[in-house]
Write a protein that binds this ligand. Structure first.
Ligand SMILES: *[C@@H]1O[C@H](CO)[C@@H](O)[C@H](O)[C@H]1NC(C)=O
Ligand SMILES: *[C@@H]1O[C@H](CO)[C@@H](O)[C@H](O)[C@H]1NC(C)=O
Length: 317
């Protein structure tokens, strides 16, 4: 008797819970699409001319992209470069440094930011090493250095900045035992390994001090895995990261791992793939010194590199 009474109530409870779950999932998916903008290409976006572009022309080419990504300038980029690291030298606006990947093709390049030309190149790493992220820093003896990670080889290389020759090697481990991106913040390196975890290393010892897990908290808590190339921006004390498998760049609070802003670069990628084949993943972010919120961005085998504005409202942090 008692069981018979409870039966309909149980069924209606199940229906209620299922409906709630469906509405919740629907909400999460819709909000995610709106917020992340992954699948959103603005309708007012127009493809530009396929003619070779000059710096002058590009100054007037202000493409308002989704999430307010503005292209300020376009320069050529080596379409054979599997970009894994991109940094600007602290000494000015004239050169960029790039680290490339792939076995047997990994090296460092110094690039003229006016022409996009490679003006200096390091020796290619031995075939067993797949080059990954690079960072530019000054060591304890005030030497200008470049640090480079490798993908699965658990080995890193230190180079003299001026000659691009190796001065030492080191071994490292991460959560996934891989090296992806690296950047310098104060007296630390921040290292990504394709997980959601950022590894904070002491700059002098290259030992891990702590880990920071990256996630977005709005509109609901969600981990952000596949963190790739990194760029620390001292102007706002924030960290920019490529996210593999997406066309977005996230801006992260390096202390808490909270995602503070996201930028949708899909329109840029779409335009590029309309003009060129063999365009790989978006990867590579380098701060333009002396500016706020301007960065060089490119990708693996991209024939072009872009100076973009990734605006950030500082009061949001
Ligand atoms: C970059 O190229 C331009 C144009 O050829 C040249 O004037 C400039 O000196 C170069 N800068 C560097 C740092 O090589
Ligand atoms: C570090 O080296 C730079 C030049 O590379 C020099 O201007 C500076 O004075 C040096 N600083 C120290 C503390 O030695």
């Amino acid at each position: 008797m008692k069981q018979d009474e409870q039966q309909p109530r149980k069924i209606s409870q199940i229906i209620f819970r299922a409906t709630t779950a469906v509405i919740l999932i629907f909400y999460i998916v819709i909000i995610n699409i709106i917020i992340i903008g992954e699948f959103f290409v603005p309708t007012n976006y127009t493809t530009t001319t396929t003619a070779p572009r000059t710096t002058q022309q590009d100054r007037s080419l202000l493409l308002r992209l989704g999430h307010q990504v503005t292209v300020l300038q376009t320069i050529p980029h080596d379409s054979n470069a599997w970009t894994q690291g991109l940094v600007t030298a602290a000494d000015g606006l004239t050169t960029l440094y790039e680290g490339t990947g792939l076995y047997g093709e990994s090296n460092l390049r110094k690039i003229n930011v006016t022409t996009g030309q490679i003006v200096q190149q390091s020796a290619t790493l031995p075939e067993q090493y797949f080059g990954e992220g690079i960072a530019f820093y000054t060591d304890d003896n005030n030497n200008s250095r470049i640090i480079q990670l490798t993908w699965k080889e658990k080995t890193g290389f230190i180079y003299d900045r001026d000659t691009l020759t190796q001065v030492s090697t080191f071994s490292f481990s991460t959560k996934r035992n891989q090296g992806w991106g690296i950047t310098v913040r104060k007296n630390t390196f921040i290292v990504s390994d394709g997980s959601r975890v950022l590894h904070i290393w002491d700059k002098s010892t290259l030992r891990e001090i702590k880990r920071v897990r990256v996630g977005q908290f709005f509109p609901f808590p969600q981990a952000v895995p596949l963190l790739n190339e990194l760029e620390y921006d001292p102007n706002s004390d924030t960290l920019l990261a490529n996210v593999l498998g997406t066309k977005r760049i996230v801006r992260i609070d390096p202390e808490t791992g909270r995602v503070l802003a996201q930028y949708n670069l899909r329109p840029l990628y779409t335009k590029l793939t309309e003009q060129y084949s063999n365009v790989g993943a978006l990867n590579g972010i380098a701060l333009v010194p002396g500016t706020e919120d301007q960065y060089w961005v490119t990708g693996k085998w991209w024939p072009e590199m872009y100076k973009v504005e990734l605006p950030y409202r500082r009061n949001r942090k």
